[in-house]
Design a protein around this ligand. Structure first.
Ligand code: C2E
Ligand code: MG
Ligand code: MG
Ligand code: MG
Length: 284
């Protein structure tokens, strides 16, 4: 009896696995043609000054809508793209489109806006990253100081020596480097003074718990103070409430990003900010 149940459980487990694997294959094969079919697009989430709510930059976030399966969140397809190598093509597409959009906003008068682009692990490791960034800047005309590349702690720690070289070259190009999801990775803090990093982005898991967890509040406080004593900028991610904004304002956190100010939106909604008061930001 026990053995038969065990067998059934195993068969059930295997069919679950099959279902999941075939769903992945299905998503992956659709993803292969997604760029060609024009299914990818970018949304942009404003990054605002904590003190006055002024929009100083945006983060480009890739979106994928497939006619058959609908919207697929990046948390579902970026890992697949990364494993399959498709991220090379997607990452290049994102970088080029974001730089071009930055120039379009410049033409509309939003000439100070910084444009942040997320890099994946695989992109960061590639030899051609530098050439790609240089080419995206040259082809679009975007001033390098307006491009910000977001990387995670894990990317730096895999091969710190090599990462240092890559970061130095990017820095020489004039682009800025942000550490995304800061506080969630396993990393040594010593790299912060060795690498040309410009900004720390406090991970949203800590920001979310600011009012409920003294531990999370302590971590946010410590990261802001660490950033400032190293002369780095600091951005709080995932700010959703007035209480969080006030806490961050009291700590003089430079910038905030989150649904409290705006969800990621289409490029046109960012254009509409031109000349607008901070208060007219589209709220979540
Ligand atoms: P991330 O770079 O840390 O981006 C922030 C994520 O938090 C975004 O999710 C954003 O929509 C979400 N978010 C912003 N404010 C709030 C808030 O107040 N509350 C909550 N609950 N969430 C908020 P999204 O767009 O789903 O992206 C998820 C992750 O996928 C990104 O995390 C990034 O790691 C990756 N990703 C997105 N676009 C790209 C891309 O173009 N290239 C690469 N390599 N990765 C990307
Ligand atoms: Mg990011
Ligand atoms: Mg993040
Ligand atoms: Mg992330």
């Amino acid at each position: 009896q026990a053995q038969r149940d065990g067998g059934n459980t195993l068969r059930f487990f295997e069919s679950e696995m099959d279902a999941r694997a075939s769903r992945r294959m299905d998503v992956l094969s659709r993803l292969r043609g997604a760029i060609g079919r024009g299914e990818l697009f970018l949304h942009y989430q404003p990054k605002v000054c904590t003190a006055d709510g002024q929009v100083i930059g945006v983060e480009a976030l890739v979106r994928w809508h497939n006619g058959d399966i609908g919207m697929i969140p990046p948390s579902d397809f970026i890992p697949l793209a990364e494993e399959s190598g498709l991220i090379d093509e997607i990452g290049e597409w994102v970088l080029r489109r974001a730089c071009e959009q930055g120039m379009r906003w410049q033409a509309e008068g939003l000439s100070e806006l910084s444009i942040a682009v997320n890099l994946s692990t695989r992109q960061f490791r590639q030899e051609r990253l530098l050439a790609l960034v240089r080419s995206a800047l040259e082809d679009s005309g975007l001033p390098p100081q307006r491009l910000e590349l977001e990387i995670t702690e894990g990317m730096l720690m895999q091969d710190p020596e090599k990462a240092a070289v890559v970061l130095r070259r990017l820095h020489e190009l004039g682009v800025r480097i942000s550490i995304d999801d800061f506080g969630t990775g396993y990393s040594s803090l010593s790299y912060l003074q060795r690498f040309p990093v410009h900004t720390l982005k406090v991970d949203q898991s800590f920001v979310r718990e600011i009012s409920n967890s003294p531990g999370a509040a302590a971590i946010v406080t410590a990261v802001i103070s660490l950033a400032h004593s190293l002369d780095l900028c600091v951005v709080a991610e995932g700010v959703e409430t007035e209480a969080q904004r006030r806490f961050l304002g009291d700590l003089a956190c430079d910038y905030c990003q989150g649904y409290y100010f705006s969800r990621p939106v289409a490029a046109g909604e960012i254009s509409a900010l031109n000349g607008a008061e901070p208060a007219t930001l589209p709220r979540a």
